[in-house]
Design a protein around this ligand. Structure first.
Ligand code: NAP
Length: 259
Protein backbone atom coordinates (compact mmCIF):
# COMPACT_ATOMS: atom_id res chain seq x y z
CA UNK A 1 0.00 0.00 0.00
CA UNK A 2 1.27 3.48 -0.85
CA UNK A 3 0.85 5.39 2.40
CA UNK A 4 0.56 8.70 0.52
CA UNK A 5 3.08 10.61 2.64
CA UNK A 6 6.15 10.81 0.36
CA UNK A 7 7.70 14.27 0.60
CA UNK A 8 6.27 14.99 4.06
CA UNK A 9 8.54 16.04 6.96
CA UNK A 10 8.68 14.19 10.27
CA UNK A 11 10.21 15.04 13.61
CA UNK A 12 10.93 11.76 15.41
CA UNK A 13 12.01 12.21 19.03
CA UNK A 14 14.34 9.84 20.87
CA UNK A 15 15.16 8.00 17.68
CA UNK A 16 18.78 6.83 17.67
CA UNK A 17 17.73 3.38 18.87
CA UNK A 18 14.80 1.11 19.54
CA UNK A 19 11.20 2.03 18.80
CA UNK A 20 11.85 5.66 17.84
CA UNK A 21 14.48 4.65 15.30
CA UNK A 22 12.17 1.96 13.89
CA UNK A 23 9.43 4.59 13.42
CA UNK A 24 11.89 6.92 11.66
CA UNK A 25 13.06 4.15 9.35
CA UNK A 26 9.50 3.10 8.46
CA UNK A 27 8.55 6.70 7.65
CA UNK A 28 11.74 7.21 5.62
CA UNK A 29 10.94 4.08 3.61
CA UNK A 30 7.70 5.85 2.63
CA UNK A 31 9.68 8.82 1.31
CA UNK A 32 9.28 11.04 4.39
CA UNK A 33 12.21 13.35 5.24
CA UNK A 34 13.04 12.78 8.89
CA UNK A 35 14.69 14.68 11.73
CA UNK A 36 15.91 12.43 14.54
CA UNK A 37 16.72 13.46 18.09
CA UNK A 38 18.64 11.83 20.94
CA UNK A 39 21.05 12.88 23.69
CA UNK A 40 24.19 11.05 22.49
CA UNK A 41 25.57 12.40 19.22
CA UNK A 42 27.46 9.28 18.11
CA UNK A 43 24.54 6.86 18.15
CA UNK A 44 22.32 9.55 16.63
CA UNK A 45 24.66 10.16 13.69
CA UNK A 46 25.04 6.42 13.16
CA UNK A 47 21.25 5.98 13.03
CA UNK A 48 20.91 8.92 10.64
CA UNK A 49 23.58 7.50 8.33
CA UNK A 50 21.89 4.09 8.36
CA UNK A 51 18.46 5.54 7.48
CA UNK A 52 19.95 7.79 4.78
CA UNK A 53 21.76 4.87 3.16
CA UNK A 54 18.70 2.61 3.34
CA UNK A 55 16.17 5.09 1.94
CA UNK A 56 17.81 8.08 0.23
CA UNK A 57 15.55 10.61 2.01
CA UNK A 58 16.88 13.73 3.70
CA UNK A 59 17.79 12.92 7.31
CA UNK A 60 18.76 15.64 9.78
CA UNK A 61 19.57 15.37 13.47
CA UNK A 62 19.21 17.39 16.67
CA UNK A 63 21.24 16.43 19.73
CA UNK A 64 19.54 17.16 23.03
CA UNK A 65 17.38 15.98 25.88
CA UNK A 66 13.79 16.21 24.66
CA UNK A 67 12.64 16.54 28.28
CA UNK A 68 14.28 19.98 28.44
CA UNK A 69 13.41 23.30 26.85
CA UNK A 70 16.82 23.45 25.13
CA UNK A 71 16.40 19.95 23.71
CA UNK A 72 12.99 20.80 22.28
CA UNK A 73 14.28 24.10 20.87
CA UNK A 74 17.09 22.22 19.08
CA UNK A 75 14.59 19.70 17.68
CA UNK A 76 12.27 22.44 16.43
CA UNK A 77 15.18 24.42 14.95
CA UNK A 78 16.13 21.36 12.91
CA UNK A 79 12.50 20.69 11.90
CA UNK A 80 10.43 23.84 12.43
CA UNK A 81 7.23 22.77 10.65
CA UNK A 82 6.79 19.01 10.78
CA UNK A 83 3.81 17.34 9.10
CA UNK A 84 4.39 14.33 11.33
CA UNK A 85 5.47 14.36 14.97
CA UNK A 86 6.49 11.20 16.80
CA UNK A 87 6.77 11.86 20.52
CA UNK A 88 9.08 9.58 22.45
CA UNK A 89 11.59 9.64 25.32
CA UNK A 90 13.21 7.13 27.61
CA UNK A 91 10.93 5.61 30.22
CA UNK A 92 11.25 6.40 33.95
CA UNK A 93 13.07 3.92 36.20
CA UNK A 94 11.19 1.17 38.07
CA UNK A 95 10.89 1.30 41.85
CA UNK A 96 8.72 1.55 44.94
CA UNK A 97 6.51 4.62 45.21
CA UNK A 98 7.56 5.09 48.85
CA UNK A 99 11.00 6.06 47.60
CA UNK A 100 9.90 8.64 45.02
CA UNK A 101 10.09 12.30 45.94
CA UNK A 102 8.55 15.24 44.13
CA UNK A 103 11.69 15.62 41.95
CA UNK A 104 11.33 12.02 40.72
CA UNK A 105 7.74 12.68 39.70
CA UNK A 106 8.68 15.96 38.00
CA UNK A 107 11.38 14.17 35.98
CA UNK A 108 8.87 11.54 34.83
CA UNK A 109 6.26 14.18 34.00
CA UNK A 110 8.82 16.26 32.10
CA UNK A 111 9.90 13.36 29.90
CA UNK A 112 6.71 11.37 29.41
CA UNK A 113 3.89 13.90 29.70
CA UNK A 114 5.01 17.52 29.35
CA UNK A 115 7.61 17.11 26.55
CA UNK A 116 5.02 15.59 24.17
CA UNK A 117 2.39 18.14 25.16
CA UNK A 118 4.78 21.07 24.59
CA UNK A 119 5.91 19.69 21.22
CA UNK A 120 2.28 19.26 20.20
CA UNK A 121 1.64 22.86 21.25
CA UNK A 122 4.60 24.06 19.15
CA UNK A 123 3.59 22.20 15.98
CA UNK A 124 -0.14 21.56 15.85
CA UNK A 125 -1.30 25.00 14.69
CA UNK A 126 0.97 24.80 11.62
CA UNK A 127 -0.41 21.35 10.85
CA UNK A 128 -3.96 22.72 11.11
CA UNK A 129 -3.10 25.61 8.73
CA UNK A 130 -1.60 23.16 6.22
CA UNK A 131 -4.59 20.82 6.63
CA UNK A 132 -2.44 17.79 7.31
CA UNK A 133 -0.88 16.51 10.50
CA UNK A 134 -0.19 13.20 12.13
CA UNK A 135 0.98 12.97 15.74
CA UNK A 136 1.85 9.65 17.34
CA UNK A 137 2.88 9.39 20.97
CA UNK A 138 4.86 6.31 21.97
CA UNK A 139 3.48 5.46 25.39
CA UNK A 140 3.25 1.97 26.91
CA UNK A 141 1.01 -1.05 27.42
CA UNK A 142 1.19 0.06 31.06
CA UNK A 143 -1.39 2.75 30.22
CA UNK A 144 -3.95 -0.03 29.73
CA UNK A 145 -2.65 -2.44 32.34
CA UNK A 146 -0.45 -0.60 34.85
CA UNK A 147 2.71 -2.38 35.99
CA UNK A 148 3.16 -1.80 39.77
CA UNK A 149 6.94 -1.23 39.74
CA UNK A 150 6.57 1.29 36.89
CA UNK A 151 4.39 3.71 38.86
CA UNK A 152 6.20 6.78 37.51
CA UNK A 153 5.52 5.63 33.97
CA UNK A 154 1.92 4.58 34.70
CA UNK A 155 1.15 8.00 36.16
CA UNK A 156 2.93 10.27 33.67
CA UNK A 157 1.71 8.42 30.59
CA UNK A 158 -1.88 8.33 31.87
CA UNK A 159 -1.70 12.15 32.12
CA UNK A 160 -0.60 12.44 28.49
CA UNK A 161 -3.28 9.98 27.41
CA UNK A 162 -6.01 12.02 29.10
CA UNK A 163 -4.84 15.26 27.50
CA UNK A 164 -4.63 13.71 24.04
CA UNK A 165 -8.11 12.22 24.36
CA UNK A 166 -9.51 15.74 24.50
CA UNK A 167 -7.29 17.56 21.99
CA UNK A 168 -7.45 14.86 19.31
CA UNK A 169 -11.19 15.48 18.92
CA UNK A 170 -10.56 19.17 18.24
CA UNK A 171 -7.86 18.73 15.59
CA UNK A 172 -9.33 15.92 13.47
CA UNK A 173 -11.69 18.31 11.64
CA UNK A 174 -8.52 19.83 10.12
CA UNK A 175 -7.06 16.47 9.07
CA UNK A 176 -4.72 16.49 12.06
CA UNK A 177 -4.88 13.29 14.08
CA UNK A 178 -3.29 12.40 17.40
CA UNK A 179 -2.97 8.79 18.48
CA UNK A 180 -0.96 6.79 21.00
CA UNK A 181 0.94 3.59 20.24
CA UNK A 182 1.24 1.35 23.30
CA UNK A 183 4.17 -1.07 23.14
CA UNK A 184 4.20 -4.26 25.15
CA UNK A 185 7.60 -6.01 25.23
CA UNK A 186 9.69 -5.18 22.14
CA UNK A 187 13.23 -6.43 21.59
CA UNK A 188 15.18 -3.21 22.32
CA UNK A 189 18.04 -2.08 24.58
CA UNK A 190 15.47 -0.74 27.03
CA UNK A 191 13.75 -4.12 27.32
CA UNK A 192 17.06 -5.89 27.96
CA UNK A 193 17.84 -3.38 30.68
CA UNK A 194 14.47 -3.88 32.38
CA UNK A 195 15.15 -7.66 32.48
CA UNK A 196 18.30 -7.21 34.58
CA UNK A 197 16.42 -7.06 37.89
CA UNK A 198 14.32 -10.13 37.11
CA UNK A 199 17.35 -12.12 35.96
CA UNK A 200 19.24 -11.29 39.14
CA UNK A 201 16.26 -12.19 41.36
CA UNK A 202 15.76 -15.50 39.53
CA UNK A 203 19.52 -16.30 39.56
CA UNK A 204 19.75 -16.70 35.80
CA UNK A 205 21.45 -14.95 32.89
CA UNK A 206 19.74 -12.13 31.00
CA UNK A 207 19.41 -14.37 27.94
CA UNK A 208 17.69 -17.07 30.05
CA UNK A 209 15.42 -14.44 31.59
CA UNK A 210 14.56 -13.03 28.15
CA UNK A 211 13.69 -16.49 26.83
CA UNK A 212 11.52 -17.26 29.88
CA UNK A 213 9.68 -13.96 29.38
CA UNK A 214 9.18 -14.60 25.67
CA UNK A 215 7.42 -17.83 26.55
CA UNK A 216 4.98 -16.05 28.88
CA UNK A 217 3.73 -13.88 26.00
CA UNK A 218 0.85 -15.43 24.01
CA UNK A 219 2.88 -14.92 20.82
CA UNK A 220 5.86 -16.82 22.28
CA UNK A 221 8.15 -13.92 21.40
CA UNK A 222 8.90 -10.25 21.86
CA UNK A 223 7.87 -7.70 19.29
CA UNK A 224 10.22 -6.70 16.48
CA UNK A 225 10.73 -2.90 16.43
CA UNK A 226 10.13 -3.03 12.64
CA UNK A 227 6.55 -4.16 13.36
CA UNK A 228 6.12 -1.16 15.63
CA UNK A 229 7.55 1.16 12.97
CA UNK A 230 5.14 -0.18 10.36
CA UNK A 231 2.12 0.46 12.61
CA UNK A 232 3.41 3.97 13.31
CA UNK A 233 3.83 4.68 9.59
CA UNK A 234 0.24 3.56 8.96
CA UNK A 235 -1.08 5.90 11.68
CA UNK A 236 0.86 8.69 9.92
CA UNK A 237 -0.49 7.76 6.50
CA UNK A 238 -2.92 9.65 4.30
CA UNK A 239 -5.36 6.74 4.89
CA UNK A 240 -5.59 7.19 8.66
CA UNK A 241 -7.30 10.59 8.78
CA UNK A 242 -10.48 9.15 10.35
CA UNK A 243 -8.61 7.58 13.25
CA UNK A 244 -7.87 9.87 16.18
CA UNK A 245 -7.61 9.74 19.96
CA UNK A 246 -6.94 6.00 19.88
CA UNK A 247 -4.70 3.93 22.10
CA UNK A 248 -3.33 1.22 19.87
CA UNK A 249 -1.91 -1.67 21.84
CA UNK A 250 0.86 -3.86 20.36
CA UNK A 251 1.73 -6.55 22.87
CA UNK A 252 1.49 -9.96 21.19
CA UNK A 253 -1.82 -10.55 22.97
CA UNK A 254 -0.51 -10.10 26.52
CA UNK A 255 -3.44 -7.89 27.57
CA UNK A 256 -6.25 -10.37 28.01
CA UNK A 257 -9.30 -8.07 28.01
CA UNK A 258 -11.89 -8.06 25.24
CA UNK A 259 -11.76 -4.26 24.88
P1 NAP B 1 15.69 2.31 23.85
O1 NAP B 1 15.95 1.16 22.97
O2 NAP B 1 16.43 2.44 25.13
O3 NAP B 1 15.89 3.64 22.99
C1 NAP B 1 15.63 4.88 23.56
C2 NAP B 1 16.00 5.97 22.56
O4 NAP B 1 15.54 7.22 23.08
C3 NAP B 1 17.48 6.14 22.34
O5 NAP B 1 17.68 6.59 21.03
C4 NAP B 1 17.85 7.23 23.35
O6 NAP B 1 19.05 7.88 22.96
C5 NAP B 1 16.63 8.13 23.23
N1 NAP B 1 16.31 8.93 24.42
C6 NAP B 1 16.04 8.48 25.66
N2 NAP B 1 15.75 9.50 26.48
C7 NAP B 1 15.82 10.62 25.73
C8 NAP B 1 15.64 11.99 26.01
N3 NAP B 1 15.31 12.41 27.23
N4 NAP B 1 15.78 12.90 25.00
C9 NAP B 1 16.11 12.48 23.76
N5 NAP B 1 16.30 11.20 23.44
C10 NAP B 1 16.17 10.28 24.41
O7 NAP B 1 14.14 2.38 24.29
P2 NAP B 1 12.84 1.77 23.57
O8 NAP B 1 12.66 0.36 24.00
O9 NAP B 1 12.85 2.12 22.14
O10 NAP B 1 11.69 2.59 24.35
C11 NAP B 1 11.11 3.78 23.83
C12 NAP B 1 9.96 4.17 24.76
O11 NAP B 1 8.97 3.14 24.76
C13 NAP B 1 10.37 4.36 26.23
O12 NAP B 1 9.64 5.43 26.79
C14 NAP B 1 9.97 3.05 26.86
O13 NAP B 1 9.72 3.20 28.24
C15 NAP B 1 8.71 2.74 26.10
N6 NAP B 1 8.39 1.31 26.15
C16 NAP B 1 9.22 0.39 25.61
C17 NAP B 1 8.89 -0.95 25.68
C18 NAP B 1 9.79 -2.02 25.12
O14 NAP B 1 9.54 -3.19 25.31
N7 NAP B 1 10.82 -1.70 24.39
C19 NAP B 1 7.71 -1.35 26.33
C20 NAP B 1 6.87 -0.37 26.86
C21 NAP B 1 7.23 0.95 26.77
P3 NAP B 1 19.96 8.67 24.05
O15 NAP B 1 20.08 7.77 25.24
O16 NAP B 1 21.24 8.95 23.34
O17 NAP B 1 19.21 9.94 24.36
Amino acid sequence: MDLGIAGRRALVCAASKGLGKACALALAREGVDVTLTARSADALEAAAAEIRAATGVTVSTAVGDIATEEGRAAALAACPAPDILINNAGGPPPGDFHDWEREDWIRALDANMLAPILLIKATVDGMIERRFGRIVNITSAAVKAPIPILGLSNGARAGLTGFVAGLSRQTVRHNVTINNLLPGPFETDRLRKTMEGGAKAAGRSIDEEMEARRQTNPSGRFGDPAEFGAACAFLCSAHAGYMTGQNVLMDGGAYAGTL
